[in-house]
Design a protein around this ligand. Structure first.
Ligand SMILES: Nc1nc2c(ncn2[C@@H]2O[C@H](COP(=O)(O)OP(=O)(O)OP(=O)(O)O)[C@@H](O)[C@H]2O)c(=O)[nH]1
Ligand SMILES: [Mg+2]
Length: 301
């Protein structure tokens, strides 16, 4: 996937969920109570002041919607599919230093489960990817491992319907969970996926971390908070990963990270910081690899 080379406008064109406060205020007089609530949510979001460390993280990692020229100027090779995932002017030794070794192993699918009794025996440290349907769980697994196509992705929500286990050599097990909150699925199907995910995050032995993926534009949903509460109760370590950061302006990436960090600050099992990625551009992927690579099984050479 490529960034649009003609887009140098830096305008918000896809951002329907976040509106301009001044225009929102102007129409407030003629709107329904639901619209009014929606607008006050937007106004509150706009009022968030991200910390300077979050703002500089977003800038340093070129997160958010960017002009091609900005990416080029930072030294990235924009001709490859995920330009922000390569190291500017890198040498192979730099690459070796920066990228975590675990994620360079071959990714292999080894089990799928529709019920907990068919979960494979845990033998490796496990990292699971959870989140609402279509948030980009499967795509993130592909971009973390750079092995496009091993994990199936789709623009239709509800593609992943089983818990899929993948292994990276003998270092890590990566688990792609079915998405929850998929509006079009039948109720009983929806419930069975949700129950399976809940059972997995609360009972799985060897589960080192759940990456809870949150769409940057949409923020956390009630089902995300339900899962958070469950993980808190079971002391399952989880880390928030903002996805599809390429769809919003950099400032809104920072605002979302700040908003979520604040809303979870009293939680005990949350692992900080909030990570921010785009599987489309590759922004933030290397840092996430670095963070998760630390969980890989250490094997003495
Ligand atoms: N713009 C943008 N689109 C993305 C990104 N990551 C994934 N997508 C798109 O989002 C859609 C859903 O991606 P998936 O990875 O299949 O999402 P999922 O969370 O695994 O979905 P389910 O399996 O249905 O729960 C696909 O069309 C992807 O191409 C991203 O970083 N940026
Ligand atoms: Mg999926």
């Amino acid at each position: 996937m490529k960034l649009d080379p003609y887009d140098t406008s830096n305008k918000r064109i896809e951002d329907s969920s976040i509106q301009d406060v001044s225009s929102a205020e102007k129409v407030l007089v003629n709107c329904t109570p639901e619209e009014e609530t929606e607008m006050s949510i937007n106004a509150k979001f706009r009022a968030i002041q991200p910390s300077s460390s979050i703002l500089s993280y977003v800038e340093d990692n070129l997160l958010g919607r960017r002009r091609l020229i900005e990416i080029k100027n930072a030294g990235y090779n924009v001709k490859i599919s995920a330009p922000l995932d390569n190291v500017p002017f890198s040498t192979s030794t730099e690459r070796e230093r920066i990228e975590d070794i675990a994620f360079r192993n071959k990714l292999e699918f080894f089990a799928a489960a529709k019920i907990s009794s068919s979960f494979p025996t845990p033998t490796l440290p496990e990292i699971a990817f959870a989140g609402v349907s279509n948030v980009g769980k499967s795509s993130l697994l592909n971009s973390l491992t750079r092995q496009w196509g091993v994990v199936r992705t789709s623009d239709k929500p509800g593609l992943t319907q089983t818990i899929n286990f993948f292994q990276l050599a003998s270092k890590l097990c990566l688990v792609d969970l079915p998405g929850y909150g998929f509006a079009y699925a039948k109720d009983e199907v929806k419930e069975s996926w949700e129950e399976l995910v809940k059972e997995y995050v609360s009972t799985r032995v060897g589960l080192e971390r759940v990456c809870l993926l949150v769409h940057t534009k949409r923020g956390m949903k009630p089902l995300d908070y339900e899962l958070v509460d469950l993980m808190e109760r079971h002391k399952t370590p989880y880390q928030i990963v903002l996805t599809k950061t390429d769809l919003v302006f950099p400032i809104d990436v920072a605002r979302r990270a700040m908003e979520i960090q604040e809303s979870l600050k009293r939680n005990k099992s949350v692992v900080n910081p909030v990570m921010m990625v785009s599987s489309k551009t590759g922004a933030g992927i290397r840092n996430l690899r670095g963070v998760l690579g630390k969980l890989a099984r250490f094997i003495k050479p």
